[in-house]
Ligand binder design. Structure first.
Ligand code: NAD
Ligand code: DAU
Length: 356
């Protein structure tokens, strides 16, 4: 009997990398990818594995209680890796309620369905894994790192919704004994990332000679990890993590936004054969994000020490691979930028870029 694994949000950025990893690495598992296909979900991300015999795609909404309960009744899932979420901070500032619905209520729906489905079985063979973010810990000054014991201090509607879902996952573990594991990861970058996030947005804008909208002074700091390395950490934690535990994931790779953007501009000039300095001329400072967290930095030593994980690439290698993918996949970019995103972009950046 194959092990049955449900991955939610598998048509999105990180989810599609994780589905590919699991389908290829574990032929003895059957992977069901449940995704609503919002603006951020795209089955083009999975063309290379969609005909594999151990893979099934199901379109559905995690907030739909009846649908989720039926899915769990009709499939005997041994494990759930839950990534489906609204994931973009700027969108959460504009429309918080969608984040409450999907990230909080959707997560509780999945927890309830897993709890019901697993109530009479051998819980030692089951696992509910919640993929979460370092943003739940709040914002750092120049000093210090987030550890697994850092108090929660979410400051955007997105991070508040993810913090809430983390609390529900832990509450189901303590109250009902549901076997769970969680991870909180820093900023991911890599192929197939929707071009609303900093790195793919700026690559795509440089290719179209559009302004690069830097929020505030560009001095905010993020800690970047290649998406493939995030997925290798999820694989290790899913299989070897201790029940009820949380693991921070990060690559010791902090960058001030403006410094990262300068490196990106230089690499883009080199790779596209433009004169040095061409891309950097597009840098445009715009009104800051409301409540913009200053710095994130992850201490991932627990994961390294206890489970032996470490990232496989340097930032230079990961960024270079990422740019190459966007250069080779102009059609993917123009497809995802042409739909709902075109009006989002105008709303998000129109006034800012006019200096209002
Ligand atoms: P994404 O926005 O690229 O993908 C989210 C996916 O979830 C999409 O395929 C979307 O269609 C699906 N989805 C959204 N609402 C749904 C619903 N109601 N029902 C079913 N499916 C739904 O996000 P991502 O960047 O790949 O992030 C995946 C997960 O990892 C999220 O939980 C996010 O909080 C977490 N995370 C992201 C990062 C990062 O840097 N991107 C870092 C740490 C943690
Ligand atoms: O830390 C993990 C989180 O990283 C994930 O949980 C989120 O899902 C993911 O979106 C990401 O959140 P950020 O808000 O850090 O990522 P974003 O790419 O939106 O922004 C990165 C930094 O760049 C941030 O300081 C804001 C800035 N920025 C972003 C955009 C989109 C700009 O200066 N200009 C922009 O146009």
């Amino acid at each position: 009997m194959k092990k049955q694994l449900l991955i939610t949000g598998g048509a999105g950025f990180i989810g599609s990398h994780l589905v590919r990893l699991m389908v290829k690495k574990y032929p003895g598992y059957h992977i069901t990818n449940l995704d609503k296909l919002t603006y951020a979900g795209n089955l083009e991300n999975l063309r290379d594995i969609e005909s594999e015999p151990n893979y099934t795609f199901v379109r559905g909404d995690i907030t739909d209680t009846a649908f989720i309960q039926e899915l769990f009744q009709n499939n005997h899932f041994d494990g759930v890796i839950h990534l489906a979420a609204e994931s973009h901070v700027d969108r959460s500032i504009a429309s918080p309620m969608e984040f409450v619905l999907t990230n909080v209520i959707g997560t509780v729906n999945l927890l309830n369905a897993a709890r019901m489905a697993w109530k009479d079985g051998d819980l030692a063979q089951k696992r509910f894994y919640h993929v979460s973010t370092d943003e739940v810990y709040g914002s750092l000054t120049d000093e210090g790192f987030f550890t697994e014991t850092t108090s929660y201090d979410p400051r955007s509607p997105y991070s508040a919704s993810k913090a809430s879902s983390d609390h529900f996952v832990r509450a189901y573990h303590h109250t009902y004994g549901l076997p769970v594991v969680l991870s909180n990861c820093s900023n991911n970058y890599g192929s197939h990332q929707f071009p609303e996030k900093l790195i793919p947005l700026f690559i795509s804008n440089i290719l179209q000679s559009k302004p690069l909208p830097v929020y505030g002074t560009g001095s905010n700091v993020r800690d970047w990890l290649w998406v493939v390395d995030h997925c290798s950490a999820i694989d290790v934690i899913f299989h070897q993590g201790k029940d009820g535990e949380t693991y921070n994931i990060g690559g010791k790779n902090e960058w001030q936004n403006i410094e990262l953007i300068k490196v990106l501009c230089q690499l883009m000039d080199e790779k596209t054969g433009q004169k040095p300095g061409t891309a950097a001329r597009l840098i445009t400072y715009v009104t800051d994000r409301a409540g913009h967290d200053f710095r994130y930095a992850i201490d991932a030593s627990k994961l390294e020490r206890e489970l032996g994980w470490s990232p496989s690439v340097t930032f230079e290698e990961g960024l270079s691979k990422t740019i190459d993918w966007y250069l080779a996949n102009a059609e993917w970019v123009s497809h995802v930028r042409s739909g709902e995103y075109a009006s989002y972009y105008e709303k998000q950046y129109g006034d800012r870029l006019k200096g209002n």
